[in-house]
Design a protein around this ligand. Structure first.
Ligand SMILES: NC(=O)c1ccc[n+]([C@@H]2O[C@H](COP(=O)([O-])OP(=O)(O)OC[C@H]3O[C@@H](n4cnc5c(N)ncnc54)[C@H](OP(=O)(O)O)[C@@H]3O)[C@@H](O)[C@H]2O)c1
Length: 302
């Protein structure tokens, strides 16, 4: 299979490209930089800005499937959610996805599948509710962004199978949300944040990638929660991370400190959801890391 990928140079995208090429698929990776990070003929890099559209769109029609993961980082301290930054978060996802679906529509041979990025922020702040794919969208900024991102992807749903990847907090070595936390926890300076009772719907990166490939192969149109079956509270997550690195995890970062540092962006760490991967489980997907202690042990030992 030949797969076109936006965001293929990122924390999740790199692992997706590696998994696809390991099983013999070919990848066409769009990047603003364009320099190849893979010394293999199975990966072709093309230079272009997904949010702006351009000649790269012609390459979409040469592929059997598209995986759309591009987007400016949501939490990137010390950057605050100014109006300009919120526009960048929005445009890098919604415009990118619009250009991807426009390219699919005008391709003479249409890709059969589009896996398009979304996030569990779609559901908004849900407290202790157990959230599966049937739950409606929330109303905060991240929920509105995810809704617009999904709508842009669904522009292609009459001609290709569109899976909406409602992705949780992806845990892996060398990037993502865990990297800055690990630095603190290894120094013994880690601990929970906020009241710690909010839910942390995580997934090991290996499972996130495997679930994406499962959706690619099975064809699962519609929303798909890309999260582990056992979400934990932030208190439990911090305790498990402390245990994994053999350090105490007692330094709590209070809500006001996060809000002072990150402004509205602190909501991405505080206003969370207890998400379950109902569809993945119903479809028979097997998680390699269903529980957070095992996932963290694997990552920290890596
Ligand atoms: N990591 C998580 O825990 C998580 C959770 C939920 C959802 N997601 C979503 O999944 C996707 C991939 O996440 P990730 O962690 O792999 O992200 P990442 O490491 O930040 O990579 C994002 C990719 O998007 C491209 N990109 C960044 N800013 C851009 C911009 N302004 N315009 C166009 N392209 C831009 C970059 O490609 P180039 O620099 O090569 O152009 C980069 O490779 C994102 O859309 C993210 O919102 C991630």
């Amino acid at each position: 299979m030949r797969v076109f990928i936006t965001g293929g140079t990122g924390f999740i995208g790199r692992a997706v490209v590696e998994a696809l090429t390991a099983r013999g698929d070919q990848c066409v990776v769009l990047s603003r930089g364009g320099a190849s990070v893979w010394p293999t003929l199975a990966v072709r890099m093309i230079q272009g800005d997904s949010a702006a559209g351009g000649p790269w769109q012609d390459d979409v029609g040469s592929c059997d499937a598209v995986i759309n993961l591009a987007g400016e980082k949501i939490v990137d301290p010390p950057k605050r959610w100014t109006r300009g930054r919120k526009k960048l978060l929005w445009d890098s996802r919604v415009f990118t996805t619009g250009h991807v679906t426009a390219a699919i529509r005008r391709a003479s041979t249409k890709p059969r599948v589009l896996l398009s990025g979304s996030a569990i922020g779609y559901y908004g702040n849900r407290g202790d509710d157990v959230v599966d794919e049937s739950r409606p969208a929330g109303s905060d900024f991240l929920a509105k962004l995810a809704t617009a991102w999904e709508h842009a992807a669904l522009e292609a749903q009459d001609i290709t199978r569109v899976t909406l990847l409602r992705t949780g907090i992806v845990l892996g070595a060398g990037g993502g949300a865990l990297e800055p936390l690990l630095r603190l926890f290894r120094l013994g300076l880690g601990g929970p944040w906020g009241d710690g009772l909010q839910w942390w719907s995580w997934i090991h990166r290996a499972d996130a990638v495997a679930l994406m490939l499962f959706a690619l192969d099975q064809g699962l149109p519609g929303p798909l929660n890309v999260t582990a079956p056992a979400p934990v509270t932030v208190n439990d997550f911090a305790a498990a991370l402390g245990k994994a690195v053999h350090r105490p995890a007692v330094f709590r970062a209070p809500r006001f400190a996060l809000e002072l540092g990150l402004g509205e962006g602190a909501s991405a760490l505080l206003d969370l959801q207890r998400v379950v991967p109902k569809r993945a489980l119903t479809e028979g997907f097997r998680f390699q890391y269903p529980e957070v202690p095992g996932a963290l042990r694997e990552i920290v030992g890596a």
